[in-house]
Design a protein around this ligand. Structure first.
Ligand code: MLT
Length: 393
């Protein structure tokens, strides 16, 4: 027996596990200190009433012979896929029957999708970005190239035709920087991918935070995207499903190469390795897309958007440069006094008991930066901001 040696090439623990570990050690040593966690992007508001109502009704369905459900369709129940399709229609995107696949979240699918691609593909990942893209490819032994994101390009790298990439990751609004592509910029990526016969794996998990109409909420708004892109989205951020687990992936029928069709391969992969999201959860997810559900989740989104503003206002007062906070639940700031990301992490934890995420965990270009999330409670966000102000002013 041999283990997968590629695991030697990834960091010993996943970024957010490392953060949690350090915080747990600190809390154990300092039980009297109240730590405020604005690290991992985990929501704090409960599910909205419309979702709760649907979940309860679905539990009742499971109690009756006539409405009980066993295994569901591999790609998800049509009541949910239709609801998602309508959501896209309102965004001006027409999806065909069979292009939506319901899953237990974007993170799983972003890793699992790699099953349908050859090991020898060259992968292009923005730096900094959500660490899952790099880690999953390194585990599979793939070569990863980086597209540098920096203050100079507004943390939005554009295609470089001298680079021959096969699998391109785009996260917009970006995790962690909050920077988001305009539709015109995304068109350049779509043209690049089509010209290179490459695929774009588009992570739209934060699209619900976009308020600026020129920014893209789905890559399928862009002409030509259906021949080069797969979109991943999640109900975690839009509707607070981080603990409930539901997401979806859109694989266009038009995405094919060498007689092989991505949509068919994905269905083959899912039906072999995945038995679907629980019926109860899918009913709750469908309620998110109902008229009343959509209204209710907007209140929660506004709450988090206000938290982001509160953090941004604090940084403005302190004169600390940052991006995000607008069209994104993340605020990406430059570590003050030339501190490295992990130095600032410790400084903030030890002196203000506030937890954020060190930028270096998102890639080489994240060094010297730090991410704060707006998903905390209002009370904790306000308290964290007070402590940060006191410490840094
Ligand atoms: C984050 O904090 O970057 C996200 O919550 C991670 C995730 O969605 O898996």
């Amino acid at each position: 027996m041999k283990y997968n040696l590629n695991f030697n090439d990834v960091a010993e623990s996943y970024l957010f596990a490392e953060v949690a570990d350090r915080v747990a050690k600190y809390s154990k040593a300092n039980p009297d200190k109240k730590v405020i966690k604005l690290g991992i992007g985990d929501v704090t508001l409960p599910l909205v009433p419309e979702v709760i109502k649907a979940l309860h009704a679905a539990v009742d369905d499971m109690a009756e012979k006539e409405t009980f459900k066993g295994y569901g369709p591999y790609e998800g129940y049509s009541f949910l896929r239709d609801a998602i399709s309508d959501y896209y229609k309102k965004m001006g995107v027409a999806l065909e029957e069979g292009e939506i696949f319901v899953s237990d979240g974007a993170k799983s699918d972003l890793g699992n999708i790699l099953d349908i691609f050859d090991k020898d593909n060259v992968v292009l990942v923005p730096d900094p970005v959500y660490p899952v893209y790099v880690d999953t490819n390194v585990m599979a032994g793939r070569k990863v190239l980086f597209a540098d994101a920096s203050e100079q390009n507004g943390f939005l790298p554009m295609p470089d035709y001298s680079v021959d990439a096969d699998i391109i990751y785009i996260c917009s609004p970006n995790n962690p920087t909050g920077a988001a592509y305009t539709e015109a910029q995304l068109k350049e990526w779509v043209d690049y991918a089509n010209s290179k016969n490459a695929v774009i794996l588009y992570d739209a998990a934060y699209e619900c935070f976009i308020t600026d109409n020129s920014l893209a909420r789905s890559i399928f708004r862009i002409e030509g995207a259906k021949t080069c892109a797969i979109e991943f989205c999640s109900l975690s951020k839009i509707a607070g499903f981080t603990g409930t687990r539901c997401g979806y992936t859109i694989v266009p029928h038009a995405l094919e190469k060498d007689g092989m069709n991505a949509n068919k391969l994905w269905l083959r992969r899912q039906s072999t390795k995945f038995n679907g999201v629980p019926y109860i959860v899918q009913r709750g997810a469908a309620a998110v897309f109902s008229e009343e559900g959509m209204k209710q989740i907007q209140n929660n989104l506004s709450y988090y958007k206000r938290n982001a503003q509160i953090i941004a206002e604090c940084l403005d007062e302190l004169g600390i440069p940052y991006t995000g906070g607008n069209n994104s639940p993340y605020v990406w700031l430059k570590c003050p006094r030339g501190m490295s990301s992990w130095e600032f992490f410790d400084y903030l934890l030890f002196n203000a008991q506030v937890v954020g995420t060190p930028g270096a965990g998102f890639g080489r270009n994240g060094e010297g930066y730090f991410r704060l999330t707006a998903f905390g409670s209002r009370e904790n966000t306000e308290e964290a901001v007070k402590r940060i102000q006191l410490l840094l002013k």
